[in-house]
Design a protein around this ligand. Sequence first.
Ligand SMILES: Nc1ncnc2c1ncn2[C@@H]1O[C@H](COP(=O)(O)OP(=O)(O)OP(=O)(O)O)[C@@H](O)[C@H]1O
Length: 285
Amino acid sequence: MQSQEIVIELSNVSTSFGQHIVHERVSLEVKRAEIFALIGGSGSGKSTLLREMMLLHHPNAGKIKVLGYDFETITQAQEQALKQRWGVMFQHGGLFGSLTIHENVGLPLREHTDLPDALIDELATWKLSMVGLESGVFGLYPSELSGGMLKRASLARALALDPELLFLDEPTAGLDPISAGEIDVLILKLRDMFGLTILMVTHDLDTLWQVSDRVAVLANTKVEDLGSMLELSKSKVVSVRQFFDGARGRSAYAQEQKINHKEPMASQLDDKLLVDKLPVDKLKV
Ligand SMILES: Nc1ncnc2c1ncn2[C@@H]1O[C@H](COP(=O)(O)OP(=O)(O)OP(=O)(O)O)[C@@H](O)[C@H]1O
């Protein structure tokens, strides 16, 4: 399903706010139909990097290319056209409180196309159904929705213009585990059905294990490690270990093990409680 085509390319991106250096020579590539996650501690610069990929903030140095456009040389007209080729799901939904969710989803179509109203209404209905919302809630306002429904409605709006690329900011934050799991399934389905490339920022370890193909770990102004969750779980890099060694990391890993894999993560190899249960050759890693 994934191709080798590079959809997002960052090379040597550096960002500072005054004296505060946030990124130094950050480079990464996201391939078409890949689900790529950015993780890192609070203040490590995930949101700033996401904003830079969406043309909402310009780095001090380095190159950013998205869907073939170099942000250094992009014209205003190209920028407008490019912004319609990606969808964004903001952490807090970003829906207009004075519009119903059906009107919210139709809004990008009204703003950016000259389709007739009846067709826009039909498309909005279709997008809301696609994310699993029932017609009974289409007329509700964002404040009347549960957290999970709000995320779905926000996702439907992000999909309104049939984007090739989705930016998701903390897609499961604030949801109970069941609703979060349903959003994970939806993200995977969207990628599999439409070949969407997905770039997300998340702290949710379950989502990372279930959904991401590759993950970049931002720490100390750099991408300190990059790989699949299984690869990162064996990393010796301190910032990565801190991420995995917390209780939540272990619990998410154990859950993922049950589902997919059988290999132990690096920290477990040192865990005396597990020593007796592991094969001797693994203990030498
Ligand atoms: N507009 C700004 N002006 C000044 N400093 C900023 C600005 N935006 C971000 N920063 C600083 O840059 C650093 C990185 O912020 P950013 O929001 O990107 O981190 P983050 O990894 O997304 O954090 P969190 O997980 O807490 O959301 C922080 O120290 C923040 O205070």
